[in-house]
Structure formats: C-alpha cells, structure tokens
Write a new protein. Sequence first.
Length: 282
Amino acid sequence: MSAATDAVALDRPAPRASGAGRVRQVVALVRRNLTHIKRQPEMLTDVTIQPIMFVLLFAFVFGGSIKIPGVDYKPWLLPGIMAQTIAFSAFIVAIGLNTDIGKGMVDRLRSLPIQRSSILIARAIGALIHSSIGVAVMSVTGLFIGWRIHEGVVKGLLGYGLLLLFGFAMIWVGILVGSAMRSVEAVNGLMFTTIFPVTFLSNAFARTDVMPSWLRTIAEWNPISSLSQALRDNWGIAGIPVRADAPWPLHHPELATLIWSLAITAVVAPLALRAFNARTTD
C-alpha cells in the first residue's frame, strides 16, 4: 500500500457501528489489552506486589510510629491503600495509551473499520479490570491482618462501587496525560509528581487532625480523603470520630466521593477527548 493510500485510510472516518457492533469492537480491544497482561505478567506488579508491600510496610514497619489512640491501625489503613491503588488507575491507562500512540498502534486501529471511541472505552475497561485485581489482592491480604467488612453485603458492595466510580474518573485523567505527553518517560515523571503525593496528602495513611491547619485543610478536601472515609464508614471500620468543625466532605463522604467523581469526569473528559483527537489526527 502506498503512502498516499495509507494517509487516505487513516483519515477516512470509520463507518458508524451499531450497538452490537460497538460492543464487539470494545470486547475485542479489551481482550487485546488483557492478552498483554497474560503474556507479560510482570505488568501486574503494580497491583499485586506493590499494594501488598505498602500494606506490610505501613502495618508493621511505619505503623508503630503512626499509632492512633483507640484505633486498630491495620484495618483502618487498608481502605486508604485501596483508595491509592484505584487512583493509580490513571497511571495505568496513561502509560498504556501513550505506548499505543507512540508505537503506532492507534494509527493501525484507525485504518480499520472501528470507532475511535471504542479504543478509549476498551482502554478504560482494561484499566478498571487491572486495578480491580489489585483491590481483590488487597482484600485477601487484609483478611490476614484483621480487616473485615462489618456492615453487611450491601454496604460492602457500596464501598467497592465507590472505588470503581472514582477509578473511572481517574481514568480520564490518565487518558488526558497519556494523550498530551510525548513519551512514557514524560508520563512517568508527571504522574509520580502529581498522583503519588496527592494520595499521601490525605487521611489514607495518617490522621489529619494533627497536621498544621493549612495542610489539614488541603488534606481534608482531598478527594482521596473522602473516598477513604467513605470506605471506612461503609465497611464499619472504627476510626477517629469526625470533628464537628471538619469540612463537609468528611461529614458526607459517600456524597462527596460521588460529586468529586462526577466533577473530575465532567471537567477532564472533554479535555482528554480533545487531546486524544489532536494527538491521533494527522
């Protein structure tokens, strides 16, 4: 095929697919993304070994220095690590999408009769599955350190639902970063200097009431704090009573997590789509 024919194929809009056709496209692309994990199982280290390492480090190494009076730190810690892991779904999708764009995979897909949105939908589903493996691994790990769900099946599932909802919002952040950055190294640098500190500047690992007032305000308005608090409330994990003067998100963590998730999606999704279209359109 000549270069001119290649250009025509890439620029030709894909035929509009029916609902069933769109589903088949997404399923095929999700299978392709998961096949990478099957062939390269080391890709799962960030959602298997890393979360377990964090649980063990904070529970048995740092936990002695982060004692909270009247609180069993180990089960209190686990929701925070789960919140951090689901926030890292942005990291997963950013690297995967950036790699596909850089290696020309997206261009090859565009030459096929496939809807461009199917590429992003499949990448998002794959990232959620990837992160859900980490949540499942940590749930099993938590059983060995004393973590339990005490509020019944419905509230237990509600907690996991909030995790996935927030993960969906963070995926749009990953799509934006993966589309805007020009290399995997740039993605790594940006994500480590943003997502990583944000997850620690919260109540995920430590109490916020002992922080300096200005830092406490930032930490308590952090969406990771709302998500961690919502998980602890729904799973019946005893912790520090919320202060009367604490910000609204800590008094209504489930609603705050919902609002944060929808707000992040509403703001970032259009920017992500614009960046993806600009990066993948010649």
